[in-house]
Design a binder for this molecule. Structure first.
Ligand code: NAD
Length: 256
């Protein structure tokens, strides 16, 4: 574990597995303390904390349902308690809005329930969780929202999901403008297709789909969680502080 002069802390929603877990490991590797959240799988989250602590890093895990705004006040108090405890910091330096769910349905067949679930997790959750956490984020801090290549690419079956991510991309620009006076930079990272449990693990487990995406990708394969964890650590590094209000795609050049 590298020793950093900065004593910084990141909050990553949905950090028990997939992209969020890789982000947590990459940031911890650079000496950043991490608070990860999990929705249901406390054991998975505890394993990530153990893995970071075993390498000399600082980490904590908290339960959070980003679709339940009524739980946000209690969550903010829990974050404060963790910061004042083993993280040893009174502010958050980085917030990564990563938690997300997928849904595959044509526009004609998308149900109101599917739409509501997506809007609550991706758009309403990101909007109001960030609002609630704002007083805890240090001046000069960073917010990184996670979008999707599908907000640029147009693939049948993702109208609702991609529309939410499009909303997150517009929100990012507004946050960058409104939080600029506090020197908080806000960007959005759009991963291409990555091998995780997302969407039932289809990109990882469906060999035909995996091959098809790889063939449409400039760098010749689908993405792996570390491709995104590394990109997030880079975007939250001190050297990138002047980048704000931007959409950065990490897709290996998918469907350019
Ligand atoms: P994943 O399914 O492996 O992990 C999703 C994470 O979000 C989990 O930790 C889960 O607990 C959490 N989560 C889901 N609903 C939640 C809720 N209501 N409250 C709190 N946490 C919740 O998927 P992933 O691939 O790691 O996806 C992470 C993010 O990346 C998502 O926002 C997703 O939309 C985005 N993304 C994924 C891909 C991909 O191909 N995997 C591509 C582009 C964008």
């Amino acid at each position: 574990m590298s020793t950093s002069k900065r004593s910084t802390v990141a909050l990553i929603t949905g950090g028990n597995r997939g992209l969020g877990k890789s982000m947590a490991l990459h940031l911890a590797e650079r000496g950043v303390g991490v608070v990860i959240t999990y929705r249901g799988n406390a054991a998975e989250a505890a394993d990530v904390v153990k893995e970071i602590e075993a390498k000399g890093g600082k980490a904590a895990a908290l339960a959070l349902d980003v679709a339940n705004t009524r739980g946000f006040d209690a969550f903010v108090e829990a974050v404060k308690a963790e910061l004042g405890g083993k993280l040893g910091r009174d502010r958050l330096d980085f917030l990564v809005n990563n938690a997300g769910i997928g849904a595959h349905a044509s526009f004609a067949e998308t149900t109101e329930e599917q739409f509501d679930a997506l809007v609550n997790v991706h758009l309403k959750g990101t909007f109001f969780l960030t609002q609630k956490l704002l007083p805890l984020i240090s001046d000069g801090g960073r917010i990184l929202n996670i979008s999707s290549g599908l907000a640029r690419l147009t693939l049948p079956g993702y109208a609702a999901y991609a529309a939410m991510k499009g909303g997150v991309e517009v929100l990012t620009r507004y946050l960058a403008k409104e939080l600029g006076p506090r020197k908080i930079s806000v960007n959005v990272l759009a991963p291409g297709a990555i091998e995780t449990d997302f969407g039932g693990g289809a990109v990882r487990d469906n060999a035909e789909l995996n091959k098809m995406i790889a063939a449409q990708t400039a760098l010749g394969r689908v993405g792996l969680p570390d491709d995104i964890g590394g990109a997030v650590a880079m975007l939250l590094s001190p050297e990138s502080h002047w980048i704000t209000g931007q959409r950065i795609e990490a897709s290996g050049g998918q469907m350019l």
